[in-house]
Write a protein that binds this ligand. Structure first.
Ligand SMILES: Nc1ncnc2c1ncn2[C@@H]1O[C@H](COP(=O)(O)OP(=O)(O)OP(=O)(O)O)[C@@H](O)[C@H]1O
Ligand SMILES: [Mg+2]
Length: 151
């Protein structure tokens, strides 16, 4: 609801192809936050008349969530910084620059990966992959993500 309102206000078409064929274990509220941020970023980056597409699927041992936009893309200078806390190219008061760093941490908590690629035509695609069978479900906690981040 929130996302379709944002898309409509911006004049961006929001489409999805949600083909998850089986349930999987996750922290739903946290993954929701990730998708919310990725789709809002995509809407922000896409000009009026453009399209944002969300794809979910099971691919072997992974759940994949892809968010593709038609937007302005990300420069070479910025692409290595987008997951840094407080990195934003949005005007003061609009973005905190925390969305992607929080998203990154949440994906790590799920033992997953998050990657961005440039589309052939325009814009970028963020791809999240979450294992359907986490190695040790007991470690799939915030504590585990902290441990994984430390040297
Ligand atoms: N789909 C996208 N297309 C182009 N640039 C993007 C996209 N997603 C993220 N970015 C870039 O990455 C930066 C960081 O994104 P992030 O979500 O962390 O913060 P933000 O959107 O700026 O602020 P916040 O999410 O805290 O409101 C953005 O300011 C933007 O420059
Ligand atoms: Mg954001």
């Amino acid at each position: 609801m929130i996302l379709s309102n944002n898309a409509r206000d911006k004049g961006v078409k929001l489409t999805s192809d949600l083909t998850l064929t089986r349930p999987y274990a996750c922290f739903p509220a946290k993954l929701n936050q990730v998708v919310l941020n990725l789709v809002n970023n995509a809407i922000d980056a896409t000009p009026r008349g453009g399209e944002v597409h969300v794809d979910t699927r099971v691919n072997g041992a992974w759940v994949e969530i892809a968010v593709r936009d038609d937007g302005e893309g990300i420069s070479d200078a910025n692409i290595s910084k987008i997951f840094d806390p407080f990195f934003t190219t949005k005007p003061v008061g609009k973005g905190t620059g925390l969305g992607l760093s929080i998203s990154y941490r949440i994906v790590m908590e799920h033992q997953g990966t998050i990657a961005v690629t440039r589309n052939e035509t325009a814009g970028v695609t963020f791809l999240i992959r979450i294992p359907t069978e986490p190695k040790d479900p007991g470690t799939r906690t915030e504590g585990a993500a902290k441990a994984a981040e430390s040297p």
